[in-house]
Design a protein around this ligand. Sequence first.
Ligand code: RRO
Length: 303
Amino acid sequence: MIDARVHIGQVCFDNPVMVASGTFGYAAEFEGLVDINAIGAIVTKTVTLEPRPGNPPPRIVETPSGMINSIGLPNVGVEQFITEKMPFLSTLTTRIIVNVAGKVNEEFAQIVARLDEVPGIDGYELNYSCPNVKEGGLSFSADPAIAEKVTKLVRQKTKRLVIAKLTPNVTSIGEIGQAVQNGGADAISAINTLVGMAVDINSRKPKIATITGGLSGPAIKPVALAKVFELVQCVNIPVIAIGGIMSWQDALEFLIVGARAIQVGTANFMDPGAATKTLDGLLSYCRENGISRIVDVIGTLKT
Ligand code: RRO
């Protein structure tokens, strides 16, 4: 038996493999396709204060070794999330992290305060990094002062786990990481998508309605690794790695670099079992290498 548990803040996760926001719906969509409770944590699609229709199509395009999305935060809003999505999520035995986004600073805290009245939620991932909305969006994690302030406002509203999700679309992700740490975040997740673009050479039109979108998939893994490595050196709180993880070998690279946990994202669109297969691969690797606790792999990079 391998001990796969990892601790982040006061929360114990059965294993370090989570599913990334926006790639696993609200989990009910995957019922019957995969053993959802075998996944270390479900991070929900972003929830906002009011319902949002999202962006016009086309919203997604495949690119070499990845994809670009501009979904635009479509969701039912916090009240319907509580009545329509929480009943299924609260039946799960795995950890539940709700990803939230506000248009303005105070809105993050307002949404978290409302969700904090609801049982069955282990923590919040603050989406400081959506590249696809006009208002707010990237600004929350492009400016360290704003990132710190919003994190402080949220921290005042909850004792549950607070994870700040950062964008790679900045000069110094380490500086933003320190800011959210100062604001009281328990952990950082990184990275969200990189701003990207694709053009149809026949119509000469952008392939995405909003012209640019967020690039994800294997194409961004080396960038994500470098950003996670930078963060691990700059902060004392745990870092949760996201970015192009398609296999257990990819996940292992991030753990070696120092990530406490990882999130599988784009791979879920190709295979609903991507996260559980990633976990199985990590456990086999530990067994074959005489490693009894997964945490013993974390931060073992030889430089
Ligand atoms: O919904 C989206 O368009 C979206 C979000 Br909120 C995000 O954080 N990252 C992304 O690539 N797309």
